[in-house]
Design a protein around this ligand. Structure first.
Ligand SMILES: [Zn+2]
Length: 98
């Protein structure tokens, strides 16, 4: 939400108004409707959690690839075709792996 140009007092009033509206809406609901709304909210939160978890995992993986050089280093030597090790030079022909 964008609170630019609003005073602390206006923001507080706005929050109180929204809480009142929510309370009124909840009071009009039957217990079944309320339970359904809560279940829906919890489901949405779980989905958000899963999406966030995936984002963190992807970011961690990319960071690990970058720090280990896996993202830029070839898997095979461009000169002799031997599998590239973890070093910066080919273990077989000594050509720099870049
Ligand atoms: Zn080589």
């Amino acid at each position: 939400m964008d609170y630019m140009g609003m005073t602390q007092e206006e923001v507080q009033k706005d929050i109180e108004r929204m809480q009142r509206e929510l309370q009124e809406r909840l009071e009009k609901m039957t217990p079944e409707e309320r339970a359904a709304a809560e279940a829906k909210a919890q489901q949405a939160m779980r989905e958000d959690d899963a999406a966030l978890q995936k984002l963190i995992e992807d970011a961690t993986k990319v960071a690990a690839d970058v720090s280990s050089g896996a993202a830029t280093k070839p898997k095979f030597c461009g000169n002799c075709g031997a599998p590239a090790g973890t070093g910066n030079f080919c273990e077989f022909c000594g050509r720099p792996l870049s």
